[in-house]
Design a binder for this molecule. Structure first.
Ligand SMILES: NC(=O)C1=CN([C@@H]2O[C@H](COP(=O)(O)OP(=O)(O)OC[C@H]3O[C@@H](n4cnc5c(N)ncnc54)[C@H](OP(=O)(O)O)[C@@H]3O)[C@@H](O)[C@H]2O)C=CC1
Ligand SMILES: Cc1cn([C@H]2C[C@H](O)[C@@H](COP(=O)(O)OP(=O)(O)O[C@H]3O[C@@H](C)C(=O)[C@@H](O)[C@H]3O)O2)c(=O)[nH]c1=O
Length: 302
């Protein structure tokens, strides 16, 4: 089974490559700039065709949430038009597409975890562009799995875990918003889930449960709780530590508005695809142990 994933250096792309390493049943090929540039839609089909995939994973995206407010056109070109072209190319090659989307398609007004049938209402340009991408993907290729995930971190690229560890290395206290709730999700776990879903399609050629799914780490917290656990994990590994102070969203002004509640329910993914992510705290510890780079103590997860 050969997967082509878009984006060469993205967190999900690198995690997929790592997850497939050493396995004989699956190969992952990353296809990215300059060969595949989502801002140049004409590059998409030739680049993916050259990879001869059995499944396309559409992971490349414009992911800078605040900057997207000032670069609306580029965000939509990449996240909507570009994503649609990736799904169209997969359809042209006769293969399914697994497309990554986001919790930021919701406004966060719901009391409880969002399910896939809940109404979307993005608050910012990034979320709106990703929602337009979902629609473009669904229209271009009926064999699509749209995986909405959230708060992604990994040993790779830029993410909240790395930011917290960096801040802790030169200050005693970090102020973090405590009134935005969600589900931290390791890209290493997303990669396992994608390989599991891909193996399911490969085994069951009649698989017909395509559509939208939510896929996040198990359990929930707010950004401050996330930061606090990163600090605990780092300290247990002999890495940097800072105390975490709870603040309100209004105390941390950002260009883009974020949903106060972006909790997603992964129950459909678990029921249909028979896979569930580990508890989020355990996954944070696994990633921290690679970033802090000190011999790991036994797990401290709940
Ligand atoms: N990060 C998060 O917290 C979340 C992410 N998601 C979604 O999950 C998916 C994967 O995210 P993640 O791995 O974190 O993303 P990253 O931000 O780590 O990586 C994004 C990737 O997209 C590539 N890219 C950006 N613009 C273009 C372009 N014009 N043409 C080709 N490639 C481009 C980048 O390429 P290059 O390497 O050249 O810079 C990079 O490889 C995305 O669809 C994202 O929207 C959903 C929820 C949360
Ligand atoms: C760095 C930092 C952030 N924050 C706040 C700001 C924000 O509300 C929250 C998260 O900050 P970030 O800017 O790191 O995360 P953000 O870019 O909003 O992360 C989002 O990325 C996109 C791609 C997604 O799809 C989302 O699921 C989500 O992961 O934490 C603090 O309160 N203190 C801090 O020191």
């Amino acid at each position: 089974m050969r997967l082509a994933v878009t984006g060469r250096e993205g967190q999900v792309a690198l995690s997929l490559i790592e997850a497939a390493r050493g396995r004989e049943d699956v190969e992952v090929v990353a296809v990215g700039r300059p060969a595949l540039d989502l801002a140049r839609p004409e590059t998409v089909f030739p680049a993916l065709a050259a990879a001869r995939p059995d499944i396309v994973v559409s992971a490349a995206a414009y992911t800078n949430v605040d900057q997207a407010e000032d670069e609306k056109e580029l965000a939509f070109t990449v996240n909507a038009t570009g994503a649609g072209k990736v799904a169209e190319a997969a359809a042209g090659l006769g293969v399914p597409v697994i497309h990554l989307s986001t919790d930021y398609v919701f406004d966060g007004a719901k009391d409880g975890a969002y399910v896939v049938t809940d109404a979307t209402a993005p608050l910012g340009v990034y979320g709106a562009s990703k929602l337009a991408g979902e629609k473009a993907v669904a229209a271009a290729n009926p064999r699509h799995l749209i995986l909405r995930t959230a708060w992604v971190y990994s040993p790779f690229g830029k993410n909240f875990v790395k930011t917290m560890l960096r801040l802790a290395s030169d200050r005693d206290e970090i102020s973090v918003v405590a009134d935005q709730w969600g589900n931290p999700t390791s890209a290493l776990d997303i990669a396992d889930a994608i390989l599991h879903a891909a193996a399911t399609f490969d085994r069951d050629k009649a698989f017909d449960a395509f559509g939208v799914y939510h896929l996040v780490g198990t359990g929930e917290t707010n950004w401050s709780g996330f930061a606090r656990h990163i600090m605990e994990a780092s300290q247990a590994l002999g890495g940097p530590h800072a105390s975490v102070r709870d603040i309100a969203t209004t105390d941390y002004p950002t260009k883009a508005k974020r949903p106060p509640n972006s909790r997603l329910s992964s129950v459909k993914f678990k029921d249909v695809l028979q896979w569930r992510a580990p508890p989020w705290r355990a996954s944070v510890e696994a990633v921290a142990s690679r970033l802090v780079g000190v011999a790991t103590k036994p797990t401290m997860s709940a």
